[in-house]
Design a protein around this ligand. Structure first.
Ligand SMILES: Cc1cc2nc3c(=O)[nH]c(=O)nc-3n(C[C@H](O)[C@H](O)[C@H](O)COP(=O)(O)OP(=O)(O)OC[C@H]3O[C@@H](n4cnc5c(N)ncnc54)[C@H](O)[C@@H]3O)c2cc1C
Length: 384
């Protein structure tokens, strides 16, 4: 049996990024990457958070850690796209509406991001977004490279580069991990492969393959995809808080092209007390559904008020899942003998997946995690 240094389980955003860094760093790497199901209602899992065509990218953040991993990732977008031949980034800018947001603007500008405070008049005249009248609400705008990334294409680009650097990609799900005399065997319908060490980058499926429960919640969320006719030019948006009884905040991606050729505007939100998937069967049931109609109505009403000039022609709802860790930071670290995790996107990791994958890959280097700014302790996995 061919033996690998590292098996990465999961070829989503963080797993594909980690695999690229591992392979380009000289590790003999294999990735077990379950492909996106054709028919969600008939599929039992695993599912992913990245089955979409748009994710916001930005440096601006109230938290310096998130700003830092975003900056480092965004700086490498051109290299990843150029070398892979897969474009995934559209620098359309980002509007950020919130309360006490000057610190977030500073976190951007200190890292070369192009965020600045703007007036409601500027916002409306430039983007068509009407500022809500929530007391204390302020507006900032971050220019390019803030905007949108296509998560499917970003993962595909990373896997292409990983493969080019020598990684083996197995497009299948792993259903078991067992320890062997010299490492671990990972098995599935593809048979079994052996590697000295394992990186679980399994998103909402956490560490259940090795029987360890991480302190993380799988939040079941609904997004709305809207056909606006000829796509208006607009930036990505984050609005927090939202003055609506059912939703806490709101974000959107400007209209982007989906694989079926349609150009759709995508809106999502945080809701207080979001439903949680306790089991993988709960996840499968959720992905077979149309999501939560109450959440969808709230998204529609709020977006319409923000975009008074837009033409909302038709829309559909799409279920999705967000993995929220107890620390609110991704878990990047060892959880067992030669088994590490890189999970816990917290709804914010698409844009920053390249740096999160790189940090995870350094766990497998001889020198280990050695970062002058980001402390490994921040990312330590918490188990139950
Ligand atoms: C609706 C929505 C909107 C979001 N918006 C943004 C945004 O605007 N900006 C942003 O930065 N982030 C955003 N995010 C978050 C971002 O998409 C996630 O943080 C990111 O996808 C996490 O990457 P991941 O690799 O941990 O998980 P995933 O991308 O879910 O990938 C995990 C992969 O592991 C695979 N897998 C699991 N178990 C197995 C197994 N046993 N064998 C083989 N493969 C397995 C899955 O199939 C999947 O492909 C959003 C998320 C959602 C759901």
């Amino acid at each position: 049996m061919e033996r690998f240094d590292v098996v990465v389980v999961g070829g989503g955003l963080i797993g594909s990024s980690a695999a690229r860094h591992l392979a380009e760093g000289g590790h003999k790497t294999v990735v077990v990457a379950s492909p996106e199901p054709d028919d969600w209602s008939a599929h039992r899992g695993p599912f992913a958070s990245h089955y979409d065509s748009g994710r916001i990218t930005r440096v601006i953040s109230a938290d310096p850690m998130w700003a830092e991993v975003a900056r480092r990732s965004i700086e490498r977008y051109d290299d990843i796209a150029g070398r892979s031949g897969i474009d995934f980034h559209q620098p359309r800018g980002l509007a950020w509406l919130g309360i006490n947001i000057e610190g977030a603007v500073t976190n951007s500008t200190e890292r070369g991001g192009r965020a600045r405070m703007v007036s409601p008049d500027w916002l409306y005249a430039t983007t068509g977004i009407r500022m809500p009248t929530t007391p204390g609400l302020e507006a900032a705008y971050e220019g390019a490279p803030a905007g949108v990334v296509n998560p499917r294409r970003l993962a595909a680009a990373q896997l292409r580069l990983a493969e080019r650097a020598g990684a083996t990609i197995i497009a299948s799900a792993a259903d078991r991990v067992r320890s062997t005399a010299s490492g671990h065997a990972v098995g599935g319908a593809f048979g079994e492969i052996e590697a000295r060490r394992v990186l679980l980058a399994t998103g909402a499926y956490g560490a259940e393959l090795v029987g360890i429960t991480l302190a993380a919640k799988r939040l079941l969320r609904t997004t709305l995809r809207v056909d606006m006719g000829p796509a208006p030019a607009m930036p990505s948006l984050i609005l927090d808080p939202v003055d609506h009884p059912h939703i806490g905040d709101l974000y959107w991606n400007p209209p982007v092209r989906y694989p079926d050729g349609r150009v759709l505007f995508k809106v999502g939100c945080e809701i207080p007390n979001a439903p949680v998937a306790e089991t993988v069967d709960d996840l499968a049931r959720w992905f077979a559904s149309d999501g939560d109609p109450v959440e969808a109505d709230a998204l529609l009403a709020t977006s319409r008020a923000l975009l008074p000039g837009a033409d909302f022609r038709s829309w559909e709802t799409v279920p999705c899942v967000i993995t929220r860790t107890e620390s609110r930071y991704p878990y990047l670290g060892w959880i067992d003998d030669n088994v590490a995790v890189a999970v816990g996107g917290n709804g914010s990791s698409a844009k920053s997946c390249d740096e999160l994958g790189r940090l995870a890959s350094t766990l497998f280097d001889e020198s280990g995690w050695d970062d002058a700014v980001l402390d490994a302790a921040q990312f330590a996995p918490i188990t139950r």
